[in-house]
Design a binder for this molecule. Structure first.
Ligand code: NAP
Ligand code: MG
Length: 501
């Protein structure tokens, strides 16, 4: 039996990365991160709290005022490019660690997460030398130009669903623009961020440019978000914690960007290529065990196609291979934690109580050996769901999809937009005018037409409504990590005449 972690392996150990040094937490405390496939301890990690965050922010400030701001844009870009190459050279090892810490199938960490991590650092490496100001056509004998400058020290708090990829989305644009960073990974999945820290050092980034402080949200995270010494806080996670971050940052008027939850509509019209749409529904909800902020968790089916679609969807969902995430054939691994598993089970009860039908799944699968203690859940489809039900309105963050029917386009748009969230949406139809009409009418930051869960480092991603604000990736990400200075120069050489001579 293969396993994400051989029984004999002793837990790995990680310290904090502050000012280019690996160190214990001031308190001496550590925490354990389990392998969610088995429940066994994967690593023991130093637990940062306020005192360590203070040190990390001070180190990031010194690095910002010192070597980093004096480095040429070209050299910054070269460091980022070197890092992308180091990640590529270690991608198999990093993918295995990501799977061991998070539980996602190895075919996802190896073929989706890791390539995109390297891609993001490579993409932003190229941007370091292309961040430019403008000249402004002001009247008179005046010259006005802008400088696009870094913000300074950026706090970055990331979740556990794509641990290394979320670190890349945050770090790459911040560093390309010339900022320094204090990064707090999620307590559930700190391991690959710490491995990334080693590669950042190997690439040759100056000490203090990237500081990594694993720890808990309520302590290390809260200390970072409320820290008066940071110039920006970037957060990805739940809408509930996003609001806490915004409150904490408000006292210092720290800039905030938030990438929060979603409850994306994934919409199938009767004229869609049904085989393609079924594969899109699968991708929408079962990828990464449904732990995706843009998951297609509300599946809207046009009434006339409902029965045919559900029959095929059920058959395909029933064939998903759930089990050892290190096995290359596995399509779904465990959920990230027992808390998340408990949350999903709770929503199954809520759905039944609200009158929805558990059409497929709804239970933990029976697995053998070490995997009996893993946090596995079956691919689950609720049918007979109404858009107002809690299971259609609240983010479940598991392999659980709610099927809702609609009559016509107007009915569909109304229901699709009836949500607090607005991160993404998918539509399946052969009618191109309808598809583009929908793209305009839906209130969401990303729209997928006859596809789902597509990403590229060059394409912006972010939310409408309570899914947050700011755009990650693409040139838009640089707007979140730079500020504009306007410089005026008199070219006439004459005194200002306003008050006479
Ligand atoms: P979460 O609490 O929002 O965690 C996200 C990050 O915020 C983690 O690094 C967390 O640290 C940190 N954090 C928590 N409380 C904080 C605070 N008071 N101040 C500063 N930072 C804080 O998410 P979760 O509890 O892990 O998951 C709960 C739900 O959030 C999920 O079921 C899902 O609905 C949603 N979620 C969304 C995304 C997304 O990509 N949009 C990602 C993950 C979860 P610790 O982990 O160390 O506590
Ligand atoms: Mg948490």
């Amino acid at each position: 039996m293969s396993s994400a972690q051989p029984a004999s392996e002793t837990p790995r150990k990680y310290q904090l990365l502050i000012d280019g040094q690996w160190m214990d937490a001031e308190s001496g405390k550590t925490f354990e991160t389990p392998n969610p496939a088995t429940g066994k301890t994967l690593a023991e990690v130093a637990e940062a709290d306020k005192a360590d965050v203070d040190k990390a922010v001070a180190a990031a400030r010194r690095a910002f005022e010192g070597k980093w701001s004096k480095m040429s844009a070209r050299d910054r870009g070269r460091l980022l490019y070197k890092l992308s190459q180091l990640i590529e050279s270690k991608s198999q090892e990093l993918a295995a660690l990501e799977t061991a810490d998070n539980g996602k199938p190895i075919r996802e960490s190896a073929y989706v997460d890791l390539p995109q991590v390297a891609e993001n650092f490579e993409y932003f490496a190229g941007f370091a030398t292309k961040i430019e100001g403008e000249t402004i056509p002001v009247p008179g004998q005046m010259f006005n130009y802008t400088l696009r400058e870094p913000l300074g020290v950026c706090g970055q708090i990331i979740p556990w669903n794509f641990p290394l990829l979320m670190a890349a989305w945050k770090l790459a644009p911040a560093l390309a623009a010339g900022n320094t960073v204090v990064l707090k990974p999620a307590e559930q999945t700190p391991v690959t961020a710490m491995e990334l820290g080693k590669l950042i050092q190997e690439a040759g980034f100056p000490d203090g440019v990237v500081n990594i402080v694993p720890g808990f949200g309520e302590t290390a995270g809260a200390a970072l978000a409320s820290h008066p010494g940071i110039d920006k806080i970037a957060f990805t996670g739940s809408t509930e914690v996003g609001k806490m971050i915004a409150h904490a940052a408000a006292d210092n008027l720290t800039r905030v960007s938030l990438e929060l939850g979603g409850k994306a509509p994934n919409i199938v019209f009767a004229d869609a290529n049904i085989e393609q749409a079924v594969s899109g529904a699968m991708m929408g909800i079962f990828f990464n065990q449904g732990q995706v902020c843009c998951a297609g968790s509300r599946l809207f089916l046009e009434e006339s196609v409902k029965d045919e679609f559900l029959e095929r969807f059920k058959e395909r969902a029933g064939r998903i291979k759930v089990g050892d995430p290190m096995d290359k054939g596995t399509q779904m691994g465990p959920q990230v934690s027992s808390e998340q598993l408990g949350r999903i089970k709770g929503y199954v009860d809520i759905a039944r109580g609200e009158g929805a039908t558990v059409f497929v799944g709804g239970e933990c699968p029976q697995l053998e050996g070490d995997f009996q203690n893993g946090y596995f859940f079956q691919p689950t489809i609720f049918s007979e769901v109404k858009n107002e039900m809690r299971v259609a309105q609240e983010e479940i963050f598991g392999p659980v999809v709610s099927v809702i029917t609609f009559r016509d386009e107007d009915d569909l748009i109304r229901q699709a937009n009836e949500t607090l969230y607005g991160l993404s949406a998918g539509i399946w139809t052969q009618d191109i005018t309808r598809a583009h009409r929908f793209a305009r009418e839906i209130k969401a930051g990303t729209v997928w037409i006859n596809t789902f869960n597509m990403f590229n480092a060059a394409s912006p991603f972010g939310g409408y409504k309570q899914s947050g604000y700011g755009r990650e990736m693409g040139k838009h990400a640089l707007e979140m990590y730079t500020q504009v200075k306007s410089v005026w120069v008199d070219l006439s050489g004459k005194p200002i005449g306003w008050f006479g001579k």
